[in-house]
Ligand binder design. Structure first.
Ligand SMILES: [Zn+2]
Length: 74
């Protein structure tokens, strides 16, 4: 598993949750590798991430980063 680092802001977060995206496949779960389609988001970005959960993870991450990181306020 990846550490709990927000997929949008890239910060380590304690407050947040994992989101299962469209390409998440539970059958891929092992203790050794991070499953595709499963990403962590902090509370600040979790709501928007959940709205995109019907997309695959890479598309959703790109869209979220476009939304939040298009300003230079990173
Ligand atoms: Zn975040």
């Amino acid at each position: 598993m990846k550490p709990a680092i927000c997929g949008v802001c890239g910060r380590f977060q304690i407050a947040g949750d994992w989101v299962e995206f469209q390409d998440y496949d539970e059958s891929q779960l092992t203790s050794l590798t991070h499953p595709a389609g499963l990403e962590f988001f902090c509370n600040e970005h979790l709501g928007e991430a959940l709205k995109l959960a019907s997309q695959d993870a890479s598309s959703a991450l790109n869209a979220l980063k476009m939304t939040y990181l298009s300003d230079s306020s990173v």
